[in-house]
Design a protein around this ligand. Structure first.
Ligand code: SAM
Ligand code: DTB
Ligand code: SF4
Length: 336
């Protein structure tokens, strides 16, 4: 029998990527209730499990995107009925941010259907960030690929978070997007991190990927150093006209498992139950919160599709005893 040599100065050799992937898949394979119990224990240790962070999303530039993301309503490659529009006016965005704040949101997230940020737009976006910050909201933008200089300028303007998703595993990715690479996405995340902006990065489940791909997505996210402050887990919202418009819906237990594994792998990260809540029952959402989700998109619209309205979410919070918080803070336990 061969015995792995251990260097006693450095401890056992770190696991290979393949071995780590196998460990993550083994978490997915735990009996459902055991997995939930483990995830909830981690959640309780790091967060108040009854607190939930609320982010409101506004599409500030709709449609006409040159990328070919197979799930997306805004790609010009597919006929989805979404028309291309101009960047919204500063005043319109400020009004929407004020309304989000009045409704109880703590963060205002702005998205553009762009492949990448153009230098000519940077100063307008900097003004918009200033407006959102002046209302006392956290700011987040998702504008496609960013250069290090652009990220530094957005940081100067006061941007708190940048959202840029890895979407799926590196292996499955080329089946979903061909117009930019996984490495392009990692490069943008690295520019964001170097600029000192907090990283929001997650993915989508229900694209037709395997469980190994879901494990691979979480592995890629958990391997970022440091790990993202925010991880949105989106359940595919099927869009007519896209190549994924009629893929079979993912099982709710698989969504809950994905959130639970994310919570175990990224104990200090705020995990957002993102797109797809309209297709979940209240009980399904409650399981996601128990498994470790502690943030949602709050407000009746995502980018081009619907989301539960404020009133419906407020009823659910009351039923579950969840306290909406503008900022959910990780508790320092000092033992890891
Ligand atoms: N254009 C920018 C980009 O892709 O980086 C920013 C906006 S983009 C719409 C942000 C993310 O939303 C995608 O990466 C994907 O994870 C998620 N998303 C888009 N369409 C979705 C859908 N139909 N269902 C679930 N998630 C979706
Ligand atoms: C994220 O992870 N999910 C949001 C946000 N980041 C930009 C987008 C969800 C989009 C859902 C489909 C739509 O409304 O077009
Ligand atoms: Fe464009 Fe973003 Fe949609 Fe991809 S996800 S097509 S980059 S708007």
């Amino acid at each position: 029998m061969s015995v792995q040599a251990v260097d006693f100065r450095t401890g056992p050799a770190p696991l290979s990527k393949e071995a780590r992937r196998a460990e993550i898949e083994a978490l997915f394979q735990l009996p459902f209730l055991d997995l939930l119990a483990r995830a909830h224990e981690v959640h309780q240790k790091h967060f108040d499990p009854n607190s939930i962070q609320l982010s409101t999303l506004l599409n500030i530039k709709t449609g006409g995107c040159q990328e070919d993301c197979k799930y997306c309503a805004q790609s010009s490659a597919y006929d989805t009925g979404v028309k291309a529009e101009k960047l919204l006016d500063r005043e319109e965005i400020r009004t929407a941010a004020q309304q989000a704040k009045d409704a109880g949101a703590g963060r205002f997230c702005m998205g553009t259907a762009w492949r990448d940020l153009k230098d000519r737009d940077v100063e307008r976006l900097a003004e918009i960030i200033g407006d959102v910050k002046s209302l006392g909201l956290e700011s987040c933008m998702t504008l496609g690929m960013l250069s290090p200089d652009q990220a530094a300028r957005l940081k100067d303007a006061g941007l708190d978070y940048y959202n840029h998703n890895l979407d799926t595993s590196p292996e499955f990715y080329p089946q979903i997007i061909t117009t930019r690479t996984y490495q392009d996405r990692l490069d943008t995340l690295s520019a964001v991190r170097s600029a000192g902006i907090k990283v929001c990065s997650g993915g989508i489940i229900g694209l037709g990927e395997s469980r190994t791909d879901r494990a691979g997505l979480l592995q890629s996210l958990a391997d970022l150093e440091p790990q993202p402050e925010s991880v949105p887990i989106n359940k595919l919202v099927p869009i007519d006209g896209t190549p994924l418009g009629d893929v079979p819906e993912i099982d709710v237990f698989e969504l809950v498992r994905t959130i639970a594994v994310a919570r175990i792998l990224m104990p200090r990260t705020v995990i957002r139950l993102s797109a797809g809540r309209r297709s979940l029952s209240d009980e399904g959402q409650a399981m996601c919160f128990f498994a470790g989700a502690n943030s949602i998109f709050y407000g009746e619209k995502l980018l081009t599709t619907g989301n539960p309205d404020h009133e419906k979410d407020q009823v659910l919070f009351a039923q579950l005893g969840l306290k909406p918080e503008t900022v959910v803070r990780e508790m320092h336990c000092g033992d890891e």
